[in-house]
Design a protein around this ligand. Structure first.
Ligand code: HEC
Length: 219
């Protein structure tokens, strides 16, 4: 007579046999692997272009100024969204990553790459021509490149391009500020910070001594 254990083994084997019957259907799915050949379409390409006249969800780009920096075919001179401290901080961060290696952190064109023999030195942003250039021009240069400078459309999303544009304008203002632009109660050049102990070795950060308030006003 079969003992309980043997019955269990037989039942289990039966279940495995039944389940493995479904296996093939689930594994061979009627789909095309990315970029694979397909016999279904006349051009035999599995990857299909967008259907003409359709727009992918969330990709309408109805705000043409935001995506081109242009009004008609001319560059516009306004920001498509309000400039806040966060916008400028993000712009500075992106600028220092993508632009400063050539244009320098100041935007004067003396970046590290030109210092090592890049064929054309980038122009300074602080020339009269670029100071007057509309904001849309900077957006266009980032999106489409300029002369030998390649475009950054793949690396920098539209909103970040505008953030950088706002920061470039701030850089331009910073290099041409007069005493009248400085809020009252502050001096230029500002007092260098005083350090507690040794001013950092490079591996350690310097500790800045707290300034005694009011000392700026007396000078
Ligand atoms: C690899 C070096 C390099 C990087 C990185 C770079 N640029 Fe340039 N840029 C150049 C050079 C070189 C020129 C001059 C091109 C020419 O005249 O052919 C230039 C020109 C420009 C100009 C001047 C256009 C004009 O009207 O004269 C602007 C504005 C500019 N770049 C913005 C940017 C911004 C913004 C970034 C970062 C997103 C950036 N560049 C990144 C090298 C660079």
């Amino acid at each position: 007579m079969l003992c309980l254990r043997q019955i269990l083994v037989v039942v289990l084997l039966g279940m495995i046999a039944m389940l493995s019957g479904c296996r093939l259907d689930m594994h061979v799915q009627p789909r095309v692997n990315p970029l694979a050949k397909s016999d279904f379409f006349p051009d035999q390409r599995g990857a299909r272009p967008l259907v003409e006249g359709t727009v992918a969800r969330g990709d309408l780009r109805a705000d043409t100024y935001f995506y081109s920096g242009k009004i008609g075919s001319n560059p516009g001179d306004y920001m498509p969204f309000p400039v806040t401290k966060e916008v400028l901080e993000r712009g500075r961060e992106r600028f220092n990553i993508y632009c400063a290696p050539c244009h320098s952190a100041l935007g004067d064109g003396n970046g590290f790459i030109p210092s090592r023999g890049f064929s054309i030195k980038p122009p300074s942003y602080h020339t009269a021509r670029l100071q007057k250039a509309p904001l849309g021009h900077f957006y266009d240069v980032i999106s489409n490149g300029f002369g030998i400078m390649s475009d950054y459309s793949a690396q920098i999303a539209p909103r970040d391009r505008w953030n950088i544009v706002a920061y470039i304008r701030a850089l331009q203002l910073s290099q041409n500020a007069t005493k009248a632009d400085v809020p009252s109660g502050q001096n230029i050049p500002s007092e260098p910070p005083k350090f507690l102990g040794e001013p950092g070795s490079g591996a350690t950060l310097p500790v800045i001594a707290p300034s005694n308030s009011g000392s700026e006003e007396q000078r």
